[in-house]
Ligand binder design. Sequence first.
Ligand code: ATP
Ligand code: MG
Length: 568
Amino acid sequence: MTNEAEMQSNFIYQMILKDVEAGKHGGRVHTRFPPEPNGYLHIGHAKAALLNYNLARQFDGKFNLRFDDTNPIAEEEEYVESIIEDLRWLGVDWEDRLFFTSDYFETKFAFAKRLIEAGQAYVCDLSPDEIREYRGTLTEPGTPSPFRDRSVDENLALFERMQKGEFPDGARVLRAKIDMTSGNLNLRDPVLYRILHAEHHRTGDAWCIYPMYDFDHPFTDALEGITHSLCSIEYSDHRPLYDWVVENAVKLMPDVVKARSEQTEFARLNMSHMVLSKRKLRRLVEEGHVSGWDDPRMPTISGLRRRGVTPDAIADFQDRVGVARADSLVDLRMFLFSIRNDLEATALRKMVVLEPLKVVITNWPEGEVEWVELENIPRDESAGMRTAPFSGEVYIEREDFMEDPPKKFHRLSPGDEIRLKGAYAIHCHDVIKDDEGNVVELHCTYDPKTRSGNDTSGRKIRGVAHWVSAPHAVEVDVRLYDTLFVEQDPETVGEDLRDVLNPESLMTLTRVPAEPSISALTPGSRVQFMRKGYFFLDPEEDHGDGLIFNRIVPLKDTWAKIKKKQSQ
Ligand code: ATP
Ligand code: MG
């Protein structure tokens, strides 16, 4: 859950606190999350959504969900639905304040006309390329458009004809009349409206002119009464234009404007081995490198959900990352830490052998089965116990045996012994190999004096292995995931990510042996396979032919090992 102390330490919280104390915006706090419905939400969006939502909550304020749907070409209803589902799942609550920026197209059109009347906007006939040329560069001032001094009447008439659909796409635009010599390129008469004869997912063909983001966003904030408009750092240079729009809205549309909204920027979330850009994620989906937006390897909310990550783990991670003023790259392993932390105390333990090696216990009484007791969750008595059958044939992990072990290998090797969790110690006396010399079976003896909980052998047995009784094994399928990219910072690679894709990001193990109690799990359960990680029984899969588990996260990563080494 959100850690209040952590939240209050962030600079935006402190800023809002000052505003409230000073009575700015009448002491109100009203935030919003403005996704563009052109893709699925990713964990970076979760950061923005949770930040806005939690700030509103902390100040007893309001929070709006507003779809930023000014671009009819890229936007689709599918994305609207997925974004709503993902935000609900994250626990974000906008009560009855679900809005679409297209809801206010009429008001925006009216505002644009008032800007024209006030001499603050004009219709420009330059082509997009010409507009770019006239704009100048960072070192050279721009050149005024030859259409800059059109009369108010002519501008109004042309703008209305634009709206009526009399001109083709790109023929004319409406521009703000600000300052062609400004050091900030965004203020050199930015485009406010463009002509686009395209079907909009909500307004259909009612409009053929659409407002630009830099005009639309601040005005919508002001209309909705948003006091604090938080956005990522790339919008810093747009802030003077944001203020220009809000100032004019307050002046020219006092009847409908509810706040003198202010923009504040915070650092985007960037994570190692991930891309957080809808455009690039869409490409992964469209080129078939993943099975869809909800592929469990994707950093999308729907992908994380299918993988088995909980909303609490995401919130905990966001708290740990905090809110900064400057961008940085967050180590993925920090996220994995939050995921483990969240599951450790609650996930039932199960024994599943991912790479089985058969062990025949040569002195076990023929046909006998002994049910041993195992803790469901270590150190949590309230979670109770379960039983598992033990017999004369068990599977252990291949990696728990080595024929020729190095020193300090506390697992099984010829002539040595290991404890089978909750059962007995076994001693290896024979190694059976196939014609190619591969180990295919071990022959061991068990020592009745080593029964778990009642060990009278007096020996110290170091290693403990998980196991599954072969005749009782339930076979399950398991999907193991690694990062999608081998590159530490794939965002810097460019558009084509094929070369840095990890060819081993998905490994499927079929029909591996699991202890019988696994059959009682219901889809959606999260469990720990002892020593192998946390796994999710994916509720969206058909488990008719056997259970299918996604590995949420392994128990350890190399980072943990390195840390341990360093502290030794
Ligand atoms: P993308 O680059 O993934 O397409 P976007 O900014 O274009 O993202 P929007 O739908 O416009 O996508 O984003 C909605 C909100 O989420 C914006 O306020 C944006 O600042 C914020 N946001 C997007 N990506 C991140 C991120 N990585 N970290 C934090 N906030 C983000
Ligand atoms: Mg955007």
